[in-house]
Design a protein around this ligand. Structure first.
Ligand code: BMP
Length: 252
């Protein structure tokens, strides 16, 4: 008999990292497992989206380097205020992929100063265990498997990547299209209710699929929300679909 998935309450009881705890507490408080991906290119669009979807999400995922008019004071200060107002975390999807020293510079320096505002970041683990040591003031979500067609994250790669993720104290979770062990939080992008792909390699699944088959913890939705005619309505739909799919996946 197939075992049922681990609940957020069980995961919270076992959580070691402050960011894992915060995410799980927020999920339970908001009855949401939704992370909105804010892949917009201006500060105004970013802040407007955060204001609209903020009450319905547990985290806002950014690609801060695509904001064409980025200014720390103009972009990050109000974004942090919205995160506090609506109680969501900031996830910078930087996908670090270098040696530890370079990642440390990319994390702390330049114009973005990610270390000053992100609650957690994504990182490849291609640079090995020690490359993740620099992220000791945030949580790290390790890229285990990608959603795009033809990705090189094969079974063997994912197995080795997972060993690093499970053993590193900075790692709170993994991005993957496959089930992960209960000790780690699973973040799944490539979720869309209307489309099966984007013509650029992205492959989509439904919330139902990823909760039932992957036992994911959190869904990441980009275009399904920010491209919708009404982003707030779309966020509510994904929030409700995601929560329903989570509750259903608890029952066997
Ligand atoms: P969309 O829902 O619009 O396809 O956006 C998905 C988001 O998740 C993008 O920001 C992308 O960078 C990210 N992502 C992904 O799609 N697949 C992965 O395997 C890892 C990602 O971070």
């Amino acid at each position: 008999e197939e075992k049922t998935r681990c609940s957020y309450e069980q995961k919270l009881k076992n959580a070691q990292h402050s960011v894992s705890k915060k995410l799980l507490e927020t999920a339970l408080a908001k009855q949401s497992n939704l992370i909105a991906s804010a892949d917009v290119t201006t500060t105004q669009e970013l802040l407007e989206l955060a204001e609209k979807v903020g009450p319905h999400i547990i985290a806002l995922k950014t690609h801060i380097d695509i904001i064409s008019d980025f200014e720390y004071e103009k972009t990050i200060v109000p974004l942090k205020a919205l995160a506090a107002k609506h109680q969501f975390l900031l996830m910078e999807d930087r996908k670090f992929a270098d040696i530890g020293n370079t990642q440390e510079l990319q994390f702390t320096s330049g114009v973005f100063k990610i270390t000053d505002w992100a609650d957690f970041v994504t990182s490849q683990v291609i640079g090995g265990f020690e490359s993740l040591d620099c992220f000791n003031n945030v949580g790290v979500v390790a890229i285990i498997g990608m959603s795009s067609k033809g990705t090189l994250t094969t079974n063997d790669y994912r197995e080795e990547a997972l060993k690093i993720a499970l053993s590193h104290p900075n790692v709170i979770g993994g991005v993957s299209q496959n089930q992960l062990p209960d000790e780690i939080l699973l973040f799944t992008p490539g979720v869309n209710l209307a489309d099966s792909g984007d013509g650029k390699g992205q492959q989509y699944n439904t919330p139902e699929h990823v909760f039932k088959n992957l036992h994911t913890d959190f869904i990441i939705v980009g275009r399904g929300i920010y491209k919708a005619a009404n982003a707030e309505e779309a966020a509510i739909t994904y929030k409700n679909e995601g929560w329903k799919a989570y509750v259903n996946s608890l029952e066997k």
